[in-house]
Design a protein around this ligand. Structure first.
Ligand code: MTE
Length: 334
């Protein structure tokens, strides 16, 4: 992958004041050699669209066939969530990925096969009535599974549209019975650098963390994806469970989740810790609010040669705009 780093945006070291900002910036600079998010910076991420191969598909199929949840899929599609475009091909969506735990290129699908997804225990804790640990297959037996076709808009200004199977995040919140004082849901990815070599890169703040408000987590659109294209979700896409919040930029869609923690403190997410001026807590899609280093007005649709205009809340405003009414002081779109 071609990565060329544009230097113009970098601040002189002397303008950095606090120690934490300084340390974050050191991490960022060291990580620059690697980052697609950062490479998009210069608009120079090379097109990897052609990299998918028969082999990639076969490997993915092998892996999902061995998945004990395979018998659960396909599940019925929920037609309430419709697309304004064609679905992205399965090959492309499963071979063009962001998963820094396995490396910083888009082509990590093979490396991700090293992740073992059984047994897989999910911890649900923090400000809840009864903290619990539950195996993924027991969790899957307790929640209503359905398929939803969602648009996915990466902060790097590419997009796709994919059929996820899974369950509303609200079902997990109901299972957890959070205390009234819980304001946020923090979600944490697995950590094991013996299989995820990207986690050996100590300048990143592992593990990957993301967060939502409780209101966002219980919004009908917030979804936990456990399947993709009518099969268990492949490892490179976040098996055995990942978040899908389609009105937010893709970096919010945390993969390989092992913990859901209810808390009264706003979680600082992985990318926010690295560079909060560019990757904030809210990260709602808005074509009129540029990323500090590139425009968000349009997006490259994977598999197509054309760019299309980006939509406010990625086209999901009717479901989520009310969540943010009256939040004037917040940076809702970074
Ligand atoms: N989750 C973890 N744990 N690690 C990551 O690097 N990348 C995010 C998100 N979830 C990421 C992650 C980003 S930047 C994007 S765009 C989406 O995953 C990509 O999801 P996909 O590969 O299924 O398209």
């Amino acid at each position: 992958m071609l990565i060329k780093i544009k230097k113009g945006w970098e601040l002189p070291e002397s303008s950095v004041t606090s120690e934490s900002t300084f340390l974050n910036r050191r991490r960022l600079i060291k990580g620059l050699a690697a980052g697609p998010i950062l490479a998009a910076t210069a608009g120079l991420v090379s097109g990897c669209d052609g990299e998918s191969t028969q082999t990639a598909q076969a490997a993915s199929d092998d892996s999902v066939e061995q998945d004990p949840s395979a018998k659960l899929y396909p599940v019925q599609r929920n037609l309430r969530y419709r697309l304004d475009r064609d679905e992205t091909s399965e090959e492309l969506a499963t071979t063009y990925n962001n998963y820094y735990e396995f490396g910083s290129s888009k082509n990590i699908w093979q490396k991700a096969q090293a992740l073992s997804i059984r047994p897989w225990t999910v911890k649900i804790d923090g400000m809840v009535e009864a903290p619990m640990e539950i195996g993924i297959d027991d969790l899957l037996a307790k929640v209503p599974l359905e398929e939803r076709v969602y648009r996915h808009r990466c902060v790097e200004a590419w997009s796709m549209a994919v059929p996820y199977s899974g369950f509303p995040l609200k079902a997990l919140v109901d299972l957890a019975r959070p205390l009234g004082s819980a304001k946020y849901l923090k979600m944490v990815t697995f950590q094991d650098d013996s299989v995820a070599s990207g986690q050996k890169a100590s300048w990143y703040p592992w593990p990957y963390v993301e967060g939502l408000t409780i209101e966002e987590a219980t919004n009908e659109l917030a979804f936990i994806a456990t399947g993709l294209y009518g099969k268990p979700i492949p490892k490179q896409n976040g098996a055995p469970l990942r978040l899908a919040v389609p009105w937010k930029y893709g970096f919010k869609h945390v993969k390989g989740i092992v913990q859901f923690e209810f808390t009264d403190k706003r979680p600082v997410s992985f990318w926010e810790e690295i560079q909060s001026s560019e990757y904030g807590f809210w990260a709602n899609v808005n074509p009129e609010v540029s990323h500090p280093r590139w425009s968000q007005a349009s997006e490259r649709v994977l598999g197509l040669d054309e760019r299309v205009p980006t939509l406010l809340y990625n086209g999901y405003g009717e479901f989520v705009a009310d969540l943010y009414s009256g939040m004037k002081g917040e940076r809702l779109f970074i």
